[in-house]
Design a protein around this ligand. Sequence first.
Ligand code: GTP
Ligand code: MG
Length: 202
Amino acid sequence: AQIVQAEFIKSSVRTEACPSDGLPEFALVGRSNVGKSSLLNSIVRRKKLALTSKKPGKTQCINHFRVNDSWYLVDLPGYGYASAPQELRTDWNKFTKDYFLNRSTLVSVFLLIDASIPAKKIDLEYASWLGQNQVPMTLIFTKCDKRKKKKNGGKRPEENVNEFQELIRDFFETAPPWIMTSGVTNQGRDEMLLHMAQLRNY
Ligand code: GTP
Ligand code: MG
């Protein structure tokens, strides 16, 4: 699957304000700084299509990017430790959850998990919420290029990935599909494109 073209379409803060052309879409969600915007750029091979930042809380809206004029990648604000006022954060939470439950063209939520650190409580809670609400989802592990570090728990990405899946097992009837990625080395890019093509052709 070759991406030929990708363009930013619009930012919305309500589900009803999202594009209404009926094209299928995939939404990237995860903790602030997990690498959502970087992964989006890696998928479409455009370094600066979605804005990235070292400072958490860069993405603040539901951002639609149209790929090949036929499907969307959707960049969402991160949850967790965004350096934004509490009031704003609660608001993101409300509109992203409304989006997950009511966006009829949403094919799968891509829940991004940082593979370079041990499982975080808030990620487990998010996975549990998606499972309980039966929102179709795919686990996308990010930063798989990072080597293990003592201060990050001293485990390899593969070990963190296995542990995370073990911890969320009870939230799902069937284990969600999962892909290991890196926005730095582009690991997992082709696998993601193939996965999305398969889901679109259902
Ligand atoms: P918010 O929009 O704030 O929620 O963050 P985000 O999830 O969009 O993260 P973003 O893509 O802006 O990346 C955050 C930081 O992590 C940046 O400094 C990136 O360079 C770095 N980063 C992202 N992906 C990877 C990766 O795969 N490997 C490594 N080593 N660093 C990454
Ligand atoms: Mg972002």
